[in-house]
Design a protein around this ligand. Sequence first.
Ligand code: SF4
Length: 125
Amino acid sequence: MEKEKLGFIMCVCTGKCPGFKAMDIWDFINQVRVELPVEYGFIHPQLCEEDGDRFLEDFLKSNRKVIIGACAPNMQKKMFKQAFKDAGLNVEKDAVMLDIRDMTNERAFEVVENALRELGFGEEE
Ligand code: SF4
């Protein structure tokens, strides 16, 4: 049976954070959603705000595993733990958090591609 693909969520820290300055976020998300083996990809402006929690809680009810490209993984885990729990998921097992700040498009793409490869999606399957 084919393995269920992950969804990719990028969080851009309101779009004003200097951490994403080196990147063209629209080129990046389009490249991820078109070229990588993900179910879909999209950008959220601020996942760790209250509406971000409400969004995650609703969204995660689909029970699809996700990759989140944003800030430090430890921070993300702390911030999103409750939303995952409320959706019946486990933040340790049902998500992969990646830090893609301060990177060019090429580097961030590589980080996502490598994470997918490690999960068994990609050329070295
Ligand atoms: S989740 Fe991380 S990247 Fe997103 S808004 Fe919060 S601090 Fe910024």
